[in-house]
Design a protein around this ligand. Structure first.
Ligand SMILES: *Cc1c(COP(=O)(O)O)cnc(C)c1O
Length: 363
C-alpha cells in the first residue's frame, strides 16, 4: 500500500493558512469577542423555556423562514421592497456572497484593517482580495485610494464594516455614498454593531440597487444562537439564495430568534448600558499616560498603549481576556481591542489598565 498524505491533496493555500484562533477563556472575564456581557434577561426566561419546549426538534426547519423574516422586518422596519436572507451567523452570509462571485479573476475589495473574515472567505473561495489601508491617524477611509482600487480592480464586492471592526468608527457617510456610486458590483455595509451605532444604511436600500445591509444578533445579545441576516435587492439576493444550505438556520435558532425579536426592547436596554460603559472605558483609556482610545460607535474600544504586549499579559494574569490586535495590521501596532463589559467588569478592567500602563511607563 502506498503512503497517502493529506498534504498531497489539500489546497496549498489551506495548508499555509491558520485556523481561526479562539483562546480558552475558562475562568477569565471575557472581553475579547464583543459579546453582550449581561446574563439572558431574567424576565424572559420563563417565556424562553416555553418557546423551546414548543420546538419540533424532529422536523427540519421551514426552509422559507417566513415567520423569522417577518419578525426581523417588523423589529427593524426593513423596506418591504427589499429581499431578506438569513444565515448561520453573518459569517455564513459573508462566505455565501464570496462563493457566489468567485468567477476566475474575480476581486473583492475592503479597507484594512477590518473584519478578518472578508479576506479569509476570499482565500477559501480563491477570489483575489485587495485590502486598501485606512488613514493612520483616525482609521477613516482613504477615499482616493479606495476609489482608485475600485477603478483598477472592478471588484465584484466591496465590504464596508459600519462601524468597523477592530477600529470602532463609522466611515463618513458621504464617502460611503461615493463608494456606492463608484462600485461596479455589490457594496455590503456590514452592520454587526448597529445596536450601538447612531447610523444605519437600512433606510437607504431603495436608493442604491447595489447596496446590501448585513447584520447579526451576535453583538446584540445572542452570539450563541448564530443568526445573521441581510437585506438588499432581489437581483442579488435571489442568486445568493442558491448557495444557502437549505436548512442553514436550525429550529432552535429560528424559535429563539423570533422570541427575542418580540422582546427587542429588553435587549436594546442592555445595549444602552453598554453604550454608557463604552464612554466610561474610552475616557479612562484616554486618561492613561501615553495612551490613545479611539472613539467608537461599537461595543468595544480600540486602545493604543505604550506597551500593549505587557499590558495584555498583565490583564490575563489578572483574569481578564481582551484581544491583542497589534499583529493584525501595521496600523494597529500596540493596540488592544477591549470589549465593553458589565459595569463591574469595566471598573475592574480600568483599574488594571491604570496599574499596568503606569508600571509599563515606569519600567
Ligand atoms: C462579529 C462580526 C461579524 C460576525 O457575526 P456573526 O453573525 O457572529 O457571524 C460580522 N461582521 C463584523 C464586522 C463583525 O465584527
Amino acid at each position: 500500500m502506498t503512503n497517502t498524505s493529506a498534504t498531497q491533496f489539500i489546497r496549498p493555500e489551506l495548508l499555509s493558512a491558520k485556523a481561526y484562533a479562539v483562546p480558552d477563556a475558562t475562568g477569565l472575564i471575557k472581553l475579547d469577542a464583543m459579546e453582550n456581557p449581561f446574563d439572558f434577561p431574567q424576565e424572559l426566561r420563563a417565556g424562553l423555556t416555553h418557546c423551546l419546549n414548543s420546538v419540533a426538534l424532529n422536523r427540519y426547519p421551514v426552509p422559507s423562514y417566513a415567520s423569522l423574516k417577518a419578525a426581523l422586518r417588523k423589529a427593524y422596519a426593513i423596506d418591504s421592497g427589499a429581499a431578506l436572507m438569513v444565515g448561520n451567523g453573518s459569517d455564513e452570509l459573508i462566505d455565501i456572497i464570496t462563493k457566489a462571485v468567485a468567477k476566475p479573476g474575480a476581486t473583492i475589495v475592503a479597507p484594512v484593517p477590518s473584519f478578518v473574515m472578508y479576506a479569509g472567505s476570499a482565500m477559501q473561495a480563491s477570489v483575489n482580495f485587495v485590502g486598501v489601508p485606512l488613514n493612520a491617524t483616525d482609521f477613516s477611509l482613504d477615499l482616493p485610494a479606495l476609489l482608485a482600487a475600485i477603478k483598477t480592480h472592478q471588484p465584484a464586492v466591496v465590504w464596508l464594516a459600519f462601524p468597523n471592526n477592530p477600529t470602532g468608527n463609522c466611515f463618513a457617510v458621504e464617502q460611503v455614498e461615493a463608494v456606492l456610486n463608484a462600485a461596479p458590483g455589490l457594496v455590503v455595509l456590514d452592520e454587526a454593531y448597529e445596536p450601538f451605532s447612531p447610523l444605519s444604511w437600512m433606510p437607504r436600500l431603495a436608493q442604491f440597487p447595489n447596496l446590501v445591509v448585513m447584520r447579526t444578533v451576535s453583538k446584540w445579545g445572542l452570539a450563541g444562537i448564530r443568526l445573521g441576516y441581510m437585506a438588499g435587492s432581489a437581483q442579488w439576493l435571489d442568486q445568493f439564495e442558491k448557495f444557502r444550505p437549505p436548512y442553514n438556520v436550525n429550529v432552535l435558532t429560528d424559535a429563539v430568534g423570533q422570541y427575542c425579536l418580540e422582546h427587542e426592547a429588553v435587549f436594546s436596554k442592555q445595549c444602552a448600558h453598554m453604550i454608557e460603559q463604552r464612554q466610561l472605558l474610552l475616557n479612562a483609556v484616554n486618561a492613561l499616560p501615553s495612551a490613545t482610545g479611539f472613539a467608537s460607535q461599537a461595543n468595544f474600544v480600540l486602545a493604543r498603549l505604550p506597551n500593549a504586549l505587557a499590558v495584555n499579559t498583565g490583564l490575563k494574569a489578572a483574569g481578564i481576556l481582551v484581544k491583542d490586535v497589534s499583529a493584525m495590521h501595521p496600523l494597529l501596532h500596540n493596540c488592544l481591542r477591549l470589549s465593553v463589559g458589565t459595569p463591574n467588569q469595566t471598573q475592574l478592567l480600568i483599574k488594571h489598565l491604570q496599574q499596568l500602563v503606569s508600571s509599563a511607563a515606569l519600567g
